[in-house]
Design a protein around this ligand. Structure first.
Ligand code: IPD
Length: 313
């Protein structure tokens, strides 16, 4: 199995950070044009549907991806590129991530947020090798938050603040619902009214979960809050930060999670999947392979053993 030296990885990281800054500026400029021109008020004119009415793409998604793809091809022509918009336009529908050095990019994660000018949108750039996310860069320009990580070097916010920012004991996992946590989960884009992916079930389970975790049953702890931001990659960054305790989503793609997983793992957080066809539910956490659709992330903390001791208190 080919390896990449730390020195080589450091060079790729420096390049990815610069790329993330430039791409973030492109997002910011495009958003500003929409604000200045009042385009946000007639947003239906400037986005098109992909799979369904909530799976949207804007010119900005496409321009930013084209820019990133070009920059990578110039600098690292031997690396593979997997981007959300290239994929949507019919790039290979085979297994997307293999063991080769691969850039996995969502040029605009939170497209719906961007269209509605809800500030939770960002560019997300992951670098993966041997199916492991090694580098992550997430730039949310409206929030002025820039997350980055390189395997072996740590994870950071705005390049100087080491993640996690918030140190808490890890949430106690059920039997009893955890107290004092903030959960995040996403709705995704699947609106089919079929047993496997229907919106009613999602809403129902979300509401039940919020009520249950919030203490309705009297069984569990009191969860402080349940959130749904509309950007899977930012969710992961906030888990890495320690702001969210747990995040999960069923139905996300490699580009939604690659950079976020790199940052989360480098910060000391955990990621796992439960995707029956690939039988990963039973895989050790460190062996989780990209290509799953359902992920669960737990924020960095002290050791799990330490937590078990606190569970009953
Ligand atoms: C989407 C967002 C959303 C998640 C979807 C993603 P996009 O990405 O991350 O939060 O629920 O699964 O596809 O379309 O905004 O790049």
């Amino acid at each position: 199995m080919a390896t990449i030296s730390q020195e080589e990885l450091d060079g790729i990281y420096a390049f990815a950070v610069e790329l993330g800054k430039q791409a973030g500026q492109m997002l910011m400029d495009a958003a500003q044009v929409r604000i200045d021109g009042g385009i946000a008020r007639s947003e239906e004119k400037e986005h098109v549907q992909k799979e369904n009415a909530v799976d949207l793409v804007t010119e900005t998604d496409e321009n930013v991806e084209a820019f990133i793809k070009h920059q990578i091809a110039e600098k690292y022509p031997q690396h593979k590129f997997v981007g959300e918009e290239s994929y949507s336009k019919g790039a290979s529908r085979d297994y997307l991530i293999d063991d080769s050095p691969t850039w996995c990019v969502d040029p605009l994660d939170g497209t719906v947020n961007y269209i509605h000018l809800f500030p939770m949108f960002c560019v997300s750039i992951g670098f993966i090798h041997n199916n492991k996310p090694l580098i992550g860069v997430i730039n949310a320009p409206f929030l002025k938050q820039f997350f980055s990580s390189c395997a072996g070097r740590g994870a950071f916010m705005n390049e100087t603040q080491r993640l996690p920012l918030i140190q808490k004991p890890i949430p106690a996992m059920p039997k009893n619902a955890p107290s004092g946590c903030v959960f995040s989960c996403e709705w995704g884009k699947d609106r089919r009214d079929i047993p496997d992916g229907n919106l009613h079930r999602k809403i129902e389970s979300f509401v039940n979960m919020a009520a249950e975790l919030g203490g309705r049953s009297g069984r569990g702890g009191m969860v402080h809050g349940v959130r749904s931001l509309g950007s899977a990659t930012l969710d992961l960054a906030y888990v890495a930060m320690g702001a969210f305790d747990i995040w999960w989503e069923g139905g996300c793609w490699e580009w939604d999670v690659a950079a976020g997983i790199a940052i989360l793992q480098e910060a000391g957080g955990l990621i796992t999947t439960a995707d029956p066809p690939r039988d990963e539910a039973t895989a050790p956490i460190e062996d989780v392979r990209l290509g799953s659709r359902l992920y669960l992330a737990i924020r960095p903390a002290g050791s799990l053993g330490e937590e078990t001791g606190r569970q009953g208190q």
